[in-house]
Write a protein that binds this ligand. Structure first.
Ligand SMILES: Cc1cc2nc3c(=O)[nH]c(=O)nc-3n(C[C@H](O)[C@H](O)[C@H](O)COP(=O)(O)OP(=O)(O)OC[C@H]3O[C@@H](n4cnc5c(N)ncnc54)[C@H](O)[C@@H]3O)c2cc1C
Length: 487
């Protein structure tokens, strides 16, 4: 490693990486506790996150529902009992959080969400409010390497704007870096959801679990970039047709559930049906020919969709990757198993490895509850010391991909192949032989990247995303191999 490339060094007692609901909630409670911290994002504005795109429908079970919700999340989603117990036994924090922020909320079928004229804008309201109450986040800094020491962690960032490497030593690291659904070719996520921190945490001793568990959402428009909420989908009365208007979905049971906006228990069956249509190269449309036009326009307005998506009384739909549920294993304090002083919150945590991996509204609930628990634990038990090793033990391999001169390595071509493969891996539950084959191919491609792809600025960021994408794909394969062995 060329030491002179690292041009800035900092110390902070607590470092939060990520400015979604999870990172901002930790920052909010640390600010309330008068603690010093630094909060960083790789994007050029702190609002660029999945949390900002979200409706922020937040699960808050009533006192007598808590046990059932805990058991359901363990049985159907494969959640870890101590973690999920901590989440729901502390879910009273959520109401206090909304009230402290002065955000009016409405009750939903499973919790609460910010009151908004457009239903899908709840996340924006929460994030905007939190950003006014915390330290100014530092932007454009990608976490590219971690190293553990006795008293904390050294984190290396690349600043895409100033073209500098920045090393930050911290006593407590909080990873709030979200999931990795952004690595799939069809996804509705913010582009930052690419999973680098999962891989970096593993390299310093964390365990990853359930990485093949991802949630594919059945109703998306604009080639996967935006999901349609159930209130709009129900206007089709569950009629899904092809280009010629021929009925594709023939199961009345499923159609009825879609019509009543009560299909969540049947998502697996709906996705299986959609996958068959895709295999047969049939485009799918929601048929709105019988829907009342005024009511439809009213729904579009309420749920924040444009009426322009309706063509010939139909909306073209595709399934899309909505969130990832695999992640970094933590204990009930959200501290990484095997790694003291490193916390993980939000979608980067391991949520579950069965079915959809978590239940609706869990993401925001978890970000808020663990935000408070992490901040309080560090505040009450924190031991701070500025002594740290002046240099990395090993040169980070991510720095080998950096060069002041951009070359013409075809990053986009490799990225397209990788993101399509990731869709295939999770859709088909491949057998052992193709998995081994894919693994070998992934390793070969990754070696090519290490040998040949070079750049700086935005291009370096793209190379890093691709490089880490191969690791994420490899983790998905290893998880699938484990599942195959247990069959
Ligand atoms: C359209 C949509 C609607 C949704 N609706 C709901 C809902 O109603 N209710 C619900 O509970 N959930 C919902 N979800 C899911 C929920 O939004 C996410 O699971 C949740 O917001 C994740 O929050 P987070 O803070 O963990 O991560 P994110 O909000 O994804 O934020 C991650 C942050 O980490 C930063 N980051 C990532 N990697 C690095 C790196 N290497 N270096 C530096 N910074 C990095 C990113 O830039 C970003 O700031 C929805 C998701 C989508 C996409």
């Amino acid at each position: 490693m060329k030491q002179n490339i690292i041009s800035v060094e900092h110390y902070t007692p607590i470092l939060i990486v990520g400015t979604g609901i999870s990172g901002l909630a930790v920052a909010y409670y640390l600010s309330k506790n008068h603690m010093k911290y630094m909060i960083i994002t790789k994007k050029n504005a702190p609002k660029q996150s999945n949390s900002f795109l979200s409706a922020a429908n937040t699960r808050v079970p009533s006192e007598n529902e808590i046990n059932d919700i805990i058991n359901l999340t363990i049985d159907k989603c494969g959640a870890d009992r101590p973690v999920i117990e901590t989440l729901y036994r502390n879910s009273g924090i959520i109401i206090d959080f909304f009230e402290e922020l002065g955000i009016p909320y409405e009750k939903t079928s499973f919790g609460i969400m910010p009151e908004c004229l457009i239903k899908s804008h709840g996340g924006k309201k929460l994030i905007n409010s939190l950003l006014q109450r915390i330290e100014q986040p530092m932007c454009n800094k990608i976490l590219i390497h971690l190293e553990k020491s006795d008293h904390g962690v050294i984190a290396l960032f690349y600043d895409t704007q100033s073209d500098q490497f920045i090393r930050i030593y911290t006593n407590y690291l909080v990873l709030a870096t979200g999931g990795y659904a952004g690595q799939f070719s069809y996804n509705d996520n913010s582009p930052g959801s690419t999973g680098e921190a999962h891989i970096l945490a593993k390299k310093i001793g964390a365990r990853l679990k359930g990485m093949s568990t991802v949630m594919c959402h059945p109703w998306s428009i604009y080639n996967g970039r935006q999901i349609l909420l159930g209130g709009v989908v129900s206007m089709s009365q569950g009629k899904i047709v092809d280009k010629e208007g021929v009925q594709l979905l023939k199961d009345d049971h499923i159609s009825d559930a879609i019509a009543c906006d009560d299909y969540h228990e049947m998502i697996d069956e709906i996705l299986k049906f959609q996958l068959d249509c895709i295999k047969q190269k049939k485009d799918m449309y929601l048929d709105l020919s019988h829907a009342d036009e005024n009511l439809l326009n009213e729904k579009f307005k309420k749920y924040g969709s444009s009426p322009n998506i309706v063509k010939n009384k139909r909306i073209k739909i595709t399934p899309t990757m909505h969130y990832s549920s695999g992640g970094i294993e933590i204990n009930a304090n959200a501290e990484v198993i095997n790694l003291n002083r490193v916390f993980v919150t939000g979608e980067a945590q391991f949520n579950g490895d069965l079915g959809m991996g978590r239940i609706p509204g869990q993401a925001f609930a978890s970000g808020i509850v663990f935000g408070k628990l992490i901040a309080d634990k560090i505040t009450n038990e924190g031991v701070f010391s500025t002594q740290y090793q002046p240099s990395f033990k090993d040169p980070p391999e991510t720095m080998r991909l950096y060069s002041k001169e951009n070359n013409d390595f075809p990053i986009e071509e490799f990225q397209k192949k990788l993101s399509a493969l990731m869709m295939d891996l999770t859709a088909c539950h491949s057998s052992v032989v193709p998995l081994l084959f894919h693994k070998k191919k992934l390793q070969e491609s990754q070696n090519i990247i290490l040998r040949r792809a070079r750049g700086w600025g935005k291009r370096y960021e793209d190379i890093l995303t691709l490089f880490f994408g191969y690791f994420v794909a490899m983790e998905i394969i290893e998880d699938l191999e484990g599942k195959n062995q247990n069959i």
